[in-house]
Design a protein around this ligand. Structure first.
Ligand SMILES: Nc1ncnc2c1ncn2[C@@H]1O[C@H](COP(=O)(O)OP(=O)(O)OP(=O)(O)O)[C@@H](O)[C@H]1O
Length: 654
């Protein structure tokens, strides 16, 4: 009940905010007209009594009242319906806008990791078209209640017992509410299956997975899964609806019995001569109106209940936005509004850990780590070691579950999120393919410079991505993305280059985060990336640069290498230190080099030299393990798989 009241308040408040004048007219005039409409029956009563009593004045008065009220009600109803349609459209848009803000405004993205949030968001997203109609349901219910009360007031005037009719309608209303609650509960329980159904539908219809779906002949399997998910969600929903329908039918029987009793009372008074013919007509007309209003209410209450349920779910998302929902740890330290990030400083993690909602073990931590200002730090580790989680924590996208991260001595949790995010630039592993103009797709890296082609070109140049845009038909003004008829799609590597350029828009970042930045790049582009980001203070002399990579040509350039294993730091140091230590890093490095060496020496794979291609300086050659470095290990034969020649000079295939 409290939820429903809060939802009604929110709906009315949103309508008034979206369009105050229309809201005032629709919310007040509409119900008023429905009360006034009951006077039609009075006009008819006067007409009948005037005619049967040969009183032409009363008959004409009745006729005029009937005509006047009919014209007024019809005209005003047409106008208020128009106004309501526009208003409900605006309310729908207002909720869409709020939903977008709600999903993107929270300081971190922890809510996207929480299955409870995802389920609620799924239902709200599916039903978001109902926000506008929720207002319509509210207005229509108010109209019918007004019509019902108007009819009832006149009926009570003819026989006091008829005033008791509303009591018999209460069980019907309760049955309707119960049915709506049952259905809403079943819908919530089926949200996960609905999410699965949507995911399967996307797999079968989106262009990106189309190749693998064809190749592996998955259409039948996807279709079967889609149907199974549909049945899993819709079965309980239908059962709930049917169960509720039985209760509604019982409610109807009770009300119909009471109404028939009321009509019998009036008929008897007319027969006994205590009532007039006009009164009989009045009662007949009002009873019809009452039945109409009750039928409508029965249906509308279900609609209203469902609509208010959607709004109530939206309110739960709002609670999440405030950090008080689900398993996501709320931001406990209220950031000081005027807090600022120091220009530069060491980034320090003290006992930091993070546990994903629904998990018992931390994905990362506890971790203690100092990343000195100006340092280039590479993070390595097996799949699932916690590298991307670390990046998300450093970026402030996930709240730490325990411990703290400080920058220049300032606790990040006490810093307004927008202050910290303004100091960061990043290229994520699953970077976004912004289907915008090329200028915008890069410019969003620094929204203030979105309209500044010179700044965008500079970023493109410095990320080595200028060639991608130069080859586009309209250069910076080319529409990207295949969802647009005239849009240009790019290759994975080209999209990644734009993402890297985006990360170059911010001029003096304090922290540069690069999560697998070269995953889609060719060796030449990777080498260029290395020189631009990792060497010669490429990201600014005082910025901390953190790079996650499985490519050891990239990693070995870093001043500090951190090895993660099962969410813990197991080793840290320079490339040389870690090789000398002969631990996990040395193993990974040797394996990596061995893989490249064997690929280069396999006869079936023609070498670069055979192809007449020059080795890319700084890449192919760097893949070879420096014999001197491996010699640091000295004795451990299994870590010397590369031989004593650089790959480009290997004998393989020659
Ligand atoms: N949203 C999530 N919910 C629950 N667990 C998660 C979630 N995201 C990641 N994990 C888990 O957290 C752990 C660390 O994941 P993370 O993505 O940080 O690893 P990673 O080192 O970046 O891996 P990769 O090299 O494959 O990118 C993994 O065990 C993973 O299964």
């Amino acid at each position: 009940m409290r939820d429903s009241l809060a939802a009604v308040r929110l709906l009315i408040g949103t309508a008034v905010k979206a369009d105050p004048r229309r809201a005032l007219v629709v919310l007040t005039l509409s119900p008023l007209l429905n009360v006034v409409a009951a006077l039609q029956a009075v006009g008819l009563q006067w007409m009948v009594d005037g005619a049967s009593g040969h009183d032409s004045t009363e008959a004409v008065r009745g006729g005029l009242l009937l005509l006047g009220v009919t014209v007024l009600v019809h005209q005003a109803a047409a106008i208020t319906t128009d106004l309501r349609l526009v208003l409900q459209h605006r309310v729908g848009l207002e909720f869409d806008r709020r939903l977008m803000t709600l999903c993107s405004a929270p300081p971190h993205i922890g809510h996207y990791q929480d299955p409870e949030f995802l389920d609620t968001a799924e239902v709200v997203r599916q039903r978001r078209g109902e926000f506008g109609t929720a207002l319509a349901a509210l207005v229509e219910n108010a109209n019918l209640v007004a019509r019902f009360l108007g009819a009832l007031a006149l009926l009570a005037g003819t026989h006091p017992l008829l005033a008791l009719l509303p009591l018999t309608i209460a069980p019907l209303a309760a049955a309707n509410r119960w049915q709506a609650r049952l259905v809403a509960g079943a819908e919530r329980a089926g949200a996960e299956a609905d999410r699965r159904r949507r995911a399967v539908f996307s797999l079968a219809t989106d262009p990106a997975p189309a190749r693998e779906v064809r190749l592996y002949r998955l259409a039948g399997e996807l279709s079967a899964r889609h149907r199974a998910a549909f049945l899993a969600a819709s079965g309980p929903r239908e059962a709930a609806r049917a169960k509720g329908a039985l209760a509604v039918a019982a409610g109807w029987l009770l009300f119909a019995g009471a109404l028939i009793g009321g009509l019998w009372l009036i008929s008897r008074s007319v027969v006994e001569g205590t009532g007039s013919a006009g009164q009989a007509v009045l009662v007949l007309l009002l009873s019809t109106r009452l039945v109409g209003a009750t039928t409508g209410l029965g249906w509308l209450i279900g609609w209203l209940r469902r609509s208010l349920d959607t709004v109530a779910l939206y309110l739960r998302l709002v609670e999440y936005g405030r950090g008080s929902g689900g398993g996501v740890r709320p931001v406990t330290t209220a950031p000081a509004p005027d807090a600022a990030a120091p220009p530069h400083g060491d980034l320090v993690l003290e006992g930091v850990s993070f546990t994903y909602p629904g998990r018992t073990e931390p994905a990362l931590g506890p971790v203690d780590l100092r990343l000195p200002a100006g340092a280039t730090v590479a993070v390595v580790g097996d799949n699932g070691a916690g590298k991307s989680t670390l990046i998300a924590l450093l970026a402030g996208l996930l709240p730490v579950s325990a411990g703290r991260i400080t920058f220049g001595g300032e606790d990040l949790a006490a810093m307004p999120p927008q202050v910290w995010s303004a100091r960061i630039t990043a290229c994520f592993q699953d970077f976004c393919r912004f289907e915008l103009l090329a200028r915008e797709a890069v410019g969003v890296g620094e929204p203030g410079a979105l309209e500044d082609p010179a700044a965008v070109w500079a970023a493109l140049e410095s990320a080595g991505a200028a060639d991608v845009v130069a080859a586009l038909s309209s250069g910076l003004e080319t529409q990207l993305g295949r969802t647009f008829p005239d849009g240009t799609d790019l290759s994975a590597g080209q999209w990644q280059k734009l993402a890297l350029a985006r990360a170059r828009m911010r001029k003096r970042p304090a922290l540069v985060l690069l999560d697998e930045p070269a995953a889609s790049l060719d060796p030449g582009s990777e080498a260029e990336l290395l020189s631009r980001y990792l060497r010669a203070g490429g990201t600014g002399p005082a910025a901390v640069t953190v790079i996650v990579s499985h490519r050891f040509t990239t990693v070995r350039e870093a001043g500090l290498i951190v090895v993660l294993d099962g969410g813990r730091i197991t080793e840290q140091g320079t490339h040389t230190d870690l090789l000398a230590r002969g631990g996990r890093y040395a193993d990974m490095y040797a394996l990596h080099a061995a893989a490249y060496t064997s690929a280069a020496t396999t006869p079936a794979a023609p070498s670069a030299a055979q192809n007449g291609r020059q080795l890319t300086p700084g890449v192919d050659a760097e893949l070879a393990v420096d014999p001197g470095e491996m010699a640091l290990d000295g004795t451990d034969g299994h870590r010397e798989p590369v031989g004593d020649r650089p790959v480009g000079q290997s004998s393989g295939g020659q």
